[in-house]
Design a protein around this ligand. Structure first.
Ligand code: UD1
Length: 371
């Protein structure tokens, strides 16, 4: 069996790494395609290195652009690769533009698609990722879900339960494996108590009025608690547009470049609290038992609010302040363990993939597989 993996953006790497390792141990033939959606060293290369991923076999080098441009470029450059490689199965990860673009190409070439991290829904179609999730799940043959709420979402959308495999959270596999290495990291110059912040969603950073309000609130917070803020390239551009960079750098509000995986994991692990709009960080903080305030109106990861440490504060600075105070006064939520977030989700995914049996190839196409 030949499995082709497609990654493109930072959050894909920690999900693909354990699946590559699990399939690698079984001697499965694998090809890794990087679309090049993320291309800065500190958004891509350093992650591949720290996660001990193989060098991508093919890099499509698509870079940035509007959603249509980026998606179209990935599709046009990926199609000849699929035709040449003729894999038996393509695995796509998460919810970025690379995920849906690759899934569309493969499904039209009748290459079965497996979606790792299927079934998550924010029920907010203004989020580009929600569109990517909905479409990818509809055209995937194998849906690997992280939690039972995802299975229920897929059932409600009419997806056959035989296609759905509840395997757990592959991103937590990477966390479990690398946490001991993260513990060895020194976060130089970071005090014992601090708030860790990440913001990059268009809904937060493309609205400059709202972004300004949030940045000023963080600046205020930094008088009580040091704020460590690794800044995504998109957000850095917006802060520059507001002309706020100098005003914000007050010594207790630290604007940093995006951090490598191990260093960021160490920062999360030791943080007093995390303020974020990321998806993955809601899950990682829940696993680590670190209080998390999510600056969004909704989440596609509701299990992190029902069982974990996550609180949705929405677009509400007063609420953000109240929740920060609650945590600092010892009122943080107590997490409970989430089933199947145990470091073995990729092994379960690999077992499903290896349990597939071959059927006759369609003329002109690669071997097609079925359960
Ligand atoms: C993408 C994902 C988002 C994910 C995020 C993690 C989609 C729709 N969004 O958003 O779900 O949470 O990655 O980071 O796929 N840029 C650089 N260097 C890079 C990459 C990006 O400078 O290596 C800048 C470019 O100006 C680019 C902007 O960041 O236009 C946004 O990048 P893009 O890949 O379009 O989306 P993200 O905001 O990173």
């Amino acid at each position: 069996m030949h499995v082709l993996h497609v990654v493109g953006a930072r959050p894909n790497f920690m999900k693909a790494a354990p699946v590559l390792r699990a399939l690698g141990r079984t001697g499965t033939r694998q090809t890794l395609v990087h679309t090049g959606q993320h291309y800065d060293t500190n958004m891509s290369e350093v992650f591949l290195r720290q996660l001990e991923m193989p060098e991508p076999d093919i890099n499509l080098g698509v870079g940035s652009g509007s959603h249509a441009q980026q998606t179209a470029h990935i599709m046009a450059r990926f199609e000849p690769v699929v035709l040449e490689q003729a894999p038996d199965l393509a695995l796509v990860y998460g919810d970025v533009n690379s995920t849906v673009a690759a899934a569309l190409v493969c499904s039209k070439l009748q290459i079965p698609v497996g979606h790792v991290e299927a079934g998550l829904r924010s029920h907010d179609r203004t989020m580009p990722e929600e569109i990517n999730r909905l479409l990818t799940d509809q055209i995937s043959e194998f849906l690997f879900t992280p939690s039972c709420d995802a299975d229920e979402n897929l059932r409600l959308e009419g997806i056959a339960t035989a296609k759905v495999h509840l395997v757990g959270n592959v991103m937590i596999d990477t966390l479990v494996r690398l946490l001991p290495h993260a513990e060895e990291q020194h976060n130089d110059g970071v005090p014992e108590r601090y708030a860790l912040v990440t913001l990059h969603r268009p809904s937060n950073v493309d609205d400059l009025h709202w972004l300004r309000e949030m940045l000023l609130a963080l600046s205020d917070l930094s008088h009580d608690l040091t704020v460590v803020f690794p800044v995504h390239p998109r957000t850095r551009q917006r802060i520059a547009a507001l002309g706020l960079q100098a005003a914000l750098a007050n010594g207790r509000l630290r604007l940093l470049e995006p951090r490598p995986y191990l260093e960021f994991l160490a920062l999360q692990r030791r943080a007093t609290l995390v303020i974020t709009d990321s998806g993955g960080i809601q899950e990682e903080t829940t696993f680590l038992g670190v209080p998390c305030l999510t600056v969004r109106e909704n989440t596609e990861r509701p299990i992190t609010t029902s069982l974990g440490t996550n609180v949705l504060v929405g677009r509400d600075i007063a609420r953000l302040r109240t929740e920060v105070r609650r945590i600092l006064n010892g009122g943080a939520k107590r997490p409970s363990q989430i089933p199947l977030w145990d470091g073995h989700a990729a092994e379960r995914s690999a077992a499903v993939i290896l349990g597939l049996k071959r059927i006759e190839p369609r003329p002109g196409f690669s071997t097609v597989i079925a359960v």
